[in-house]
Design a protein around this ligand. Structure first.
Ligand code: ITT
Ligand code: NA
Length: 179
């Protein structure tokens, strides 16, 4: 079956498409930039986004964030803005001299059929690297490490362990059962 993914981020779409194939789901890309509402949690932002997007259901969106323990969860819900402004170099600078490198990536998928919104969450624990490494992926991938390798060094293997994979497997198996 098919399902439409509304996102401005090609990297997110490509990963979802790849993950969907494992579950027999054909993910279609609707490239649309929408004004992201501010909120205190990714789930709140995802639910609000669903309400604000002017598109014909069914469709889904996805909101992700990087939460760094030593920075009290920063950039978290501000991950998109922080990436565009200070980027990976800025995060590495903030982390200079900090021994606790623990971080987690969280993905919240929100799906609407026009009547109800369903939420699916996935997360992965990792660490902020000492320096950017790897060419694959997008966004914070060069500085987010799992078991010593950054997501940008893993290539497609990222899709086996990522926050997106963990949220998507819940979503896609629910979707396959509901139709
Ligand atoms: P849409 O809202 O249009 O879907 P976006 O790029 O704004 O696209 P998010 O708000 O979900 O997406 O992402 C927050 C930031 O985190 C953004 O800068 C992404 O590039 C980055 N990001 C999201 N998922 C990531 C991943 O798997 N690896 C590395 N960075 C990621
Ligand atoms: Na966004």
């Amino acid at each position: 079956m098919r399902v439409r993914f509304i996102t401005s981020n090609k990297g997110k779409f490509e990963e979802m498409k790849h993950i969907g194939e494992k579950y027999g789901i054909d993910v279609e890309w609707a490239s649309m930039e929408y004004l992201e509402p501010q909120g205190s949690s990714l789930e709140f932002v995802a639910r609000k986004s669903i309400e604000m997007i002017d598109a014909k259901p069914p469709f889904f969106i996805e909101d992700s964030g990087l939460f760094i323990e030593a920075l009290n969860g920063f950039p978290g819900v501000y991950s998109s803005y922080v990436f565009k402004t200070i980027g990976n170099e800025g995060i590495l600078r903030l982390m200079e001299g900090i021994e606790n490198r623990k971080a987690r990536f969280v993905c919240v998928i929100a799906y609407t059929d026009g009547v109800e919104t369903q939420i699916f969450t996935g997360e992965v624990e990792g660490e902020i690297a000492r320096e950017a490494r790897g060419d694959a992926g997008f966004g914070y991938d060069p500085i987010f490490e799992v078991s010593g390798r950054t997501f940008a060094e893993m290539g497609n293997e990222k899709n086996a362990v990522s926050h997106r994979r963990r949220a998507a497997e819940k979503f896609f198996s629910w979707l396959a059962k509901s139709f």
